[in-house]
Design a protein around this ligand. Structure first.
Ligand SMILES: Nc1ncnc2c1ncn2[C@@H]1O[C@H](COP(=O)(O)OP(=O)(O)OP(=O)(O)O)[C@@H](O)[C@H]1O
Ligand SMILES: [Mg+2]
Length: 275
């Protein structure tokens, strides 16, 4: 989990989003349902009575339910919520990877598609080859990507390993390269989904500085994190998702405070005690 304290980063708090700015993203009544079929392994008892193979079950997960919000230009939106709340689903939907089952999404701008830990990377290819792939996927030309490849490698601190296949990378090295590719492609809309979770403290500090810098240039910035400090420090707006529903939209301070209260007194309290 990423945790960035105020002293670790040089970023300054952002002013709140001004009203009346053009919208970068508009999400209207968005619902996303995953449908999965799997063979249910029979219990011993019904295995005996049915003699047969497992039943096929269709499981539907309502990952997002009727979610609506607007993101004006200049927003750095923090997205918080428990595991399984629908945060990554929302990011995938905004990136156009998952089609909505209901509702609509309007996106004005070019998104960095590497959402977390290098979705879209091919582990059998080298780091260098994946930089090229990632860059092309973000809509840059080959020449533009090649021109940036050295900076990407240097920022990730992977000069020695860049020609090795990515399956030989540690998870921290993998996420460092993913982060570095995403932030070097000048996206209009930058999306970071827990990308720092595997990085070490030195890299997290460097990454927080870079995010602060990009936040000012990007038209919109989405940060999914379990670190409420990172959300408060890097964002000027926040939403809280719970079991697929939008619980709250407000300033990072307000939303983090409400979420913390909920986690302490709500149904998660038991889970925390159980750990
Ligand atoms: N590919 C999938 N197929 C079926 N169900 C899925 C799939 N991906 C996610 N889900 C389900 O959708 C729900 C939302 O998942 P999602 O990954 O968006 O949560 P999250 O908020 O990102 O959680 P985390 O904090 O653990 O990253 C969960 O119940 C999850 O089990
Ligand atoms: Mg997630």
């Amino acid at each position: 989990m990423s945790s960035l304290s105020a002293s670790e980063s040089t970023t300054t708090p952002l002013p709140p989003v001004a009203a009346g700015k053009p919208l970068t993203v508009k999400v209207e009544n968005l619902s996303i349902t995953y449908k999965t079929t799997f063979e249910r392994v029979p219990t011993f008892k019904n295995a005996v009575t049915r003699f047969g193979r497992g039943q096929r079950s269709l499981v539907e997960v309502h990952a997002l339910k009727d979610v609506s919000f607007d993101v004006p230009d200049g927003t750095a939106l923090g997205i918080i919520g428990n595991n399984g709340a629908g945060k990554s689903t929302l990011m995938r939907a905004l990136a156009g990877i998952l089609p909505p089952n209901k509702g609509r999404i309007e996106v004005h701008g070019r998104i960095s598609p590497l959402l977390s830990l290098g979705v879209g990377f091919n582990a059998n290819l080298s780091g260098r080859e994946n930089i090229i792939l990632g860059g092309l996927a973000s809509g840059l030309s080959r020449a533009q990507v090649v021109a940036r490849a050295e900076d990407v490698t240097k920022f990730a601190g992977l000069e020695e390993f860049i020609d090795a296949p990515m399956r030989t990378y540690s998870s921290g090295m993998y996420s460092r390269l993913a982060f570095s590719v995403a932030v070097h492609m000048d996206p209009d809309i930058l999306m970071i989904d827990e990308a720092l979770s595997a990085g070490d403290a030195t890299f997290k500090t460097k990454a927080a500085e870079k995010m602060g810098e990009l936040r000012e240039n990007a038209r919109a910035f989405f940060l999914v994190s379990h670190s409420l400090n990172s959300i408060k420090q890097l964002c000027n707006d926040a939403i809280w998702l719970h079991k697929g529903e939008l619980m709250m939209r407000g300033t990072p301070e307000e939303v983090c405070a409400a979420y913390t209260k909920f986690v302490q007194v709500g149904d998660s309290a038991v889970i925390l005690e159980d750990l």
